[in-house]
Design a protein around this ligand. Structure first.
Ligand code: NAP
Length: 307
């Protein structure tokens, strides 16, 4: 089969860090164009807008949309209308309804839509899921605490409405939780908003499942020093720690998995698979929990945040 002619839209940090190397290493793809207001990708045709790119390069089969979530729907709609398969960076959109609308459009046109969740492809996630399915889970604690100044310098969109604030990393935890645990729902949440921002800097959430399993999550962007991206489960078979964003698994202190991550290569393998199979992969569960936290959560205003 000939490679999928792919184009990238929104050339910024994640494109340079992950998408370009993952695409270069995968013979299922040929990167043939990019569209971005300022960013460029060397060695291919670059355009200022997705509309100009789709008009000039009819050979494009698929697009990867890597701009901030508030601007993803318009680009995805344009691409699907033009008959292109669509890879959505996480989160897949700014609202649940717009993603549902894209899914309906993709279905009606027989195109593949992929809501990518990179953390689900972290190396130890599947083993954690298998372990948890083999025992009784008694409680779960999620700690996702990082330094926003280090990871998101000068990203204004992340603090704007729809940018999700601390849920931008927190949704990565939720994408793992919704993959490895039974169905959960939020029972209480507190969201802390800097008084000068429209998105939270911290969130404290409790969930349960139908059996009453207690799950809690602490997301915090004010963590300096050691950074925590951990999911800890107390089970009948002992304590499971899924650490470093899903890269490392230990059970009762014994290291079970610690292999280098290849999240984006795996995402592009999955996208090629669904394009070839003529189907979509759109799981909204992580974004639904974020929406529920905004709906049910108490708001607390905290000191102003300045970069
Ligand atoms: P970014 O560098 O701030 O933004 C990506 C690009 O989007 C920008 O370079 C910009 O390119 C374009 N853009 C910015 N504002 C725009 C607007 N108003 N309208 C249209 N395009 C706009 O962000 P990023 O870190 O790459 O993140 C992008 C997405 O990837 C987010 O959804 C994020 O959650 C996800 N992601 C990021 C990381 C990470 O480590 N950074 C990891 C995984 C996933 P132009 O100015 O050239 O148009």
């Amino acid at each position: 089969m000939s490679p999928i002619n792919i184009a990238i839209v929104g050339v910024g940090k994640i494109v340079r860090d992950q998408h370009l190397p993952a695409l270069a290493a995968n013979s299922d793809y040929k990167l043939i164009a990019a569209a971005s207001r300022n960013g460029v990708v060397d060695g291919i045709d670059n355009f200022k807008s997705i509309e100009a790119m789709l008009e000039a390069v009819p050979a494009i089969d698929a697009v990867s949309l890597c701009m901030p979530p508030q601007y993803r729907y318009a680009a995805a709609h344009t691409a699907l209308q033009a008959g292109k398969h669509v890879f959505l960076e996480k989160p897949p959109g700014a609202t649940l309804s717009e993603v549902a609308d894209l899914q309906a459009l993709a279905d009606s046109k027989g195109l593949s839509l992929f809501a990518s969740w990179h953390s689900r492809y972290a190396p130890a996630v599947e083993e954690a899921k298998t372990f948890l399915a083999s025992t009784k889970i008694n409680s779960v604690q999620v700690n996702w605490k990082e330094d926003v100044r280090h990871w998101h310098p000068n990203q204004e969109w992340i603090w704007a409405a729809g940018g999700l604030g601390v849920f931008d990393p927190g949704i990565n935890a939720l994408s793992i939780v919704t993959h490895i645990l039974p169905n959960l729902f939020i029972t209480a949440a507190t969201l802390e908003f800097p008084e000068n921002r429209d998105a939270p800097i911290a969130a404290s959430i409790t969930f349960q499942d139908a059996t009453g399993l207690p799950v809690s999550a602490e997301f915090d962007w004010r963590q300096t020093g050691h950074q925590s991206w951990d999911i800890i489960a107390e089970t009948d078979a002992g304590k499971m720690v899924l650490a470093e964003g899903g890269a490392k698994l230990s059970i009762n202190g014994e290291l079970r998995k610690d292999t280098p991550e290849r999240e984006y290569p795996a995402l592009y393998e999955r996208f090629a698979e669904i394009v070839k199979a003529g189907k979509s992969d759109v799981d909204q569960a992580p974004l639904r929990h974020v929406a529920d936290a905004f709906m049910l959560g108490k708001r607390k205003f905290v000191e102003a945040f300045h970069d």
